[in-house]
Design a binder for this molecule. Structure first.
Ligand SMILES: N[C@@H](CCC(=O)N[C@@H](CS)C(=O)NCC(=O)O)C(=O)O
Length: 205
C-alpha cells in the first residue's frame, strides 16, 4: 500500500485527492509541520527538503520500494502508475504538464506567500502588496483559461488536482472568487467530486 506523509495544507491535499481519484489504497502518516515533525531524522530520510507531502510506494518501479517528494512529481508518478489523468497524446500530455508547472512554479509559491504575509502579525505592506498583486495576476490567467476550457488542460487532470487546494485557500490571500467567475465555476464543479471531498478530509484529526 502507498504510504502518504502529509498534513492539512494545499500541497498535502493534492496527493490525497489524487489517491482518492485513482482509488489506490494508501496509509496516511500525519506529519505535524506546526510541531516540527518534518525535521525529524526519520522523516528527513524520506524527504531531505523537510516539507510535506512525500510518499513511499512499496511496489515502485522494478517492484522495489520507491520514495518520492515534491507534490508535482508525486502527481505525475501516480498518474503514470494508474494511467489516469495522464493523456497518451503528447501534445495533450504536455498541456497538462504545462498547467501543472504553472501551479508548482506560480500559484503555489505566490498564493502561499500572500497567505503568509496576510497572516503575519507584524504587517509588511510591501510584501502583502507584492504577493497579493501577483496572486490576482495568476487568478486572471486562470480565469481566462477556464473561460476557454472546462478544466485547465481540456479534460479533468492532475493540473486541476494540483491547483484546486490552493484556490480553496482564496480567503487566506483575500481574493473574492466572485471577481473571477470562470474560476468560481470550475472550483464549485470540482468541489462536487466525491473523491475530492474525501481527499480534502485527509489527514483526519
Ligand atoms: N514544492 C513543494 C512544497 C511543499 C511545501 O511547501 N510544504 C509545506 C506545507 S504546504 C511544508 O511542509 N512546510 C513545512 C516547512 O517548510 O518546514 C511541494 O509541492 O511538495
Amino acid at each position: 500500500m502507498i504510504q502518504l506523509y502529509t498534513w492539512g495544507t494545499p500541497n498535502g491535499k493534492k496527493v490525497s485527492i489524487m489517491l482518492e481519484e485513482i482509488a489506490m489504497p494508501y496509509e496516511v502518516h500525519a506529519i505535524n509541520i506546526g510541531q516540527g515533525d518534518q525535521m525529524k531524522p526519520e522523516y528527513l530520510a524520506i524527504n531531505p527538503n523537510n516539507k510535506i507531502p512525500a510518499i513511499i510506494d512499496p511496489e515502485g518501479p522494478g517492484g522495489k520500494p520507491f520514495k518520492l517528494f515534491e507534490s508535482g512529481a508525486i502527481l505525475m508518478y501516480l498518474a503514470e502508475k494508474s494511467g489516469k489523468f495522464w493523456p497518451v497524446d503528447l501534445a495533450e500530455r504536455y498541456t497538462v504538464i504545462q498547467w501543472l508547472m504553472f501551479q508548482m512554479g506560480g500559484v503555489g509559491p505566490m498564493f502561499g506567500q500572500a497567505n503568509y504575509f496576510y497572516r503575519l502579525e507584524e504587517k509588511v505592506p510591501y510584501a502583502i502588496e507584492r504577493f497579493y498583486k501577483e496572486a490576482v495576476r495568476l487568478y486572471n490567467v486562470l480565469n481566462q483559461q477556464l473561460g476557454e476550457s472546462e478544466y485547465l488542460a481540456g479534460a479533468y487532470s492532475i493540473a486541476d488536482i494540483a491547483t484546486y487546494p490552493w484556490v480553496w485557500r482564496h480567503e487566506g490571500h483575500h481574493v473574492n472568487l466572485g471577481d473571477f467567475p470562470n474560476v468560481k465555476r470550475w472550483y464549485e464543479q470540482i468541489s462536487q467530486r466525491p473523491a475530492v471531498k474525501r481527499g480534502m478530509e485527509i489527514p483526519k484529526r
